[in-house]
Design a protein around this ligand. Structure first.
Ligand code: ADP
Ligand code: GLC
Length: 480
């Protein structure tokens, strides 16, 4: 029997994306289709995606909610069935989806994502245009109140909550409770109360039927003070309902054989053609035409999480040994400045582009020899998975999904012929530097390097196994 699933999320690729959450939400629908799950995605109609309203059909008029008129529009786009929340007072504005034009969180984010959560619960209870979900899948804090509203309204629809990143919890002053329409009886330790705040994520973690996160290692890490960010106790208490299911990447969007953003398509059998992309990246960043020197890359949000301050420290020594480096990213002003300064200091070997550019991200993945992911914590990480598919070796810290997806090129793995990248621990600039040195030494041995590239390209990075596990959870909950 086909099972109907409603995804509730604040991002969905290819429409609106700030990071991997969007990739996962966008990929899940199509992959779950193969597992007899019919998926719809409930998503705010931000100004950035206002064009999607054209040709969409109104399927719900919710009247005045959270301070203004609210409708839901349905349409299919890029193979995804979307339910778009049309609430101009909350979503039709400039700036980014979470931040205003000054780079500060929108002051009414509790209402913006409270509405998202509320509608998720509403559709879970009453359906929409005759479509009744069997299970709700809420993503991150923005959808965290979905199970809270569902239970408050007496709905029994099963709810899964996925933690993509526990650093973001959606904690707001207790005074927001009224505007959010939350029952003050839920403002307890067993509910959505968290140190005197209303916590979207904590509420969801307490009330969801099943909690998943995006890698087995992160699932374990989350139960420790080092990684749980204050919610470790909640996760320990819910341990029996917590599972770590590894993310995959969209194997169609990220396929070096067909990717339209590349200068030259290639496969593991035509690896030599990858060099055409390297040339294109070097040209794009004005770094000359010499493809012999190793080219390292970073494609990332620039935040404390990603450990890129360590790259800033480690890179000068590496550049002194002839390596090249390119970065595409945006975020913390001091990191943006740090990388701009690096490019200024090394104009012939460092290229930096501050911004978000999907096509350039694909080209860099194809053109670089290796990519750096020195994260302090990383729930799953998708860039190392994309890199592997493109024969670009990931150099990663041993944490979360990075620990679970990369096989370090140590002597044993090299001898066994199964290495797919390089890992280092602890997460320090010195160890990152050593790891890059190790990569450079292997790179000098073309045959050895190519062997790892081919392993990486063969490594399963898609959704096959994980989509089945997710579907199994839905079926179990819906059948219970
Ligand atoms: P996170 O979700 O923590 O940012 P992930 O590795 O899971 O990290 O996902 C990041 C996603 O965002 C990847 O698809 C990556 O290619 C993309 N990405 C990050 N920064 C940029 C950027 N500046 N331009 C284009 N894509 C980016
Ligand atoms: C988060 C995490 C990242 C993960 C992504 C998708 O943004 O930081 O590690 O891959 O969500 O689950």
């Amino acid at each position: 029997m086909t099972l109907k699933q409603l995804s509730v999320a604040s991002e969905c690729a290819p429409f609106v994306k700030t990071g991997g959450l969007a990739d996962v939400v966008g990929a899940l629908g199509p992959v779950l289709g193969a597992h007899d799950v019919e998926c719809r995605v409930l998503l705010p109609l931000y100004r950035q995606i206002a064009h999607l309203a054209k040709g969409a059909k109104e399927v719900m008029n919710a009247g005045s909610r959270f301070g203004g008129p609210v409708r839901v529009l349905a349409r299919r786009a890029s193979g995804i069935d979307l339910l778009l929340i049309d609430a101009p007072h909350l979503y039709d504005r400039p700036g980014q989806i979470y931040l205003n034009e000054s780079g500060v969180d929108w002051a009414d984010n509790h209402l913006r994502f409270g509405l998202l959560s509320w509608l998720g619960a509403e559709i879970g209870q009453n359906g929409i245009a005759g479509w009744m979900p069997d299970v709700i899948h809420a993503h991150d804090w923005q959808a965290g109140l979905t199970p809270v509203y569902a239970r408050q309204n007496g709905s029994t629809v099963p709810c899964v909550l996925t933690i993509h990143n526990i650093a973001f919890q959606g904690n707001f002053p207790a005074t927001t409770m009224g505007a959010l329409g939350l029952d003050p009886e839920g403002f307890t330790q067993d509910g959505f109360e968290y140190f005197g705040y209303v916590s979207f994520l904590k509420g969801g973690l307490m009330l969801a039927d099943q909690i998943t996160t995006v890698s087995p290692t992160y699932a374990r890490e989350l139960m420790t003070p080092e990684f749980g960010m204050g919610l470790e106790g909640v996760l320990v208490a819910r341990k029996s309902d917590l599972s770590g299911i590894l993310n995959g990447i969209d194997m169609i969007a990220w396929d070096p054989a067909t990717d339209p953003a590349l200068a030259q398509n290639y496969t593991s059998r035509t690896l030599a053609k990858k060099a055409v992309n390297k040339k294109a990246v070097l040209a794009r960043f004005g770094l000359g035409t010499d493809t012999a020197a190793p080219l390292f890359s970073v494609i990332s949000r620039l935040s404390e999480q990603k450990g890129l301050d360590l790259a800033l420290q480690a890179l000068p020594a590496i550049l002194g040994k002839g390596a090249r480096f390119v970065l595409l990213g945006s975020g913390a002003p001091e990191l943006e400045q740090g990388f701009k300064d690096l490019a200024h200091r090394y104009p012939n070997s460092v290229g930096v582009e501050i911004g978000f550019n999907e096509d350039l991200a694909h080209l860099i993945q194809a053109g670089a020899d290796a990519t750096l992911v020195p994260s302090r914590f990383e729930p799953c990480g998708l860039t190392q998975l994309c890199a592997m598919r493109y024969g670009t070796l990931p150099i990663v810290s041993v944490t979360g999904g990075l620990a679970d997806t990369v096989i370090d090129a140590n002597e044993a793995a090299l001898a066994a012929g199964c290495a797919t990248g390089i890992q280092f621990a602890p997460t320090t600039a010195a160890k990152l530097g050593d790891a890059i040195d190790r990569a450079m030494a292997i790179y000098a041995d073309t045959k050895a390097w190519q062997k790892i590239q081919r392993n990486a390209m063969k490594h399963p990075v898609g959704w096959d196994v994980s989509a089945q596990r997710m579907a199994d959870i839905y079926h179990r909950l819906a059948g219970a």
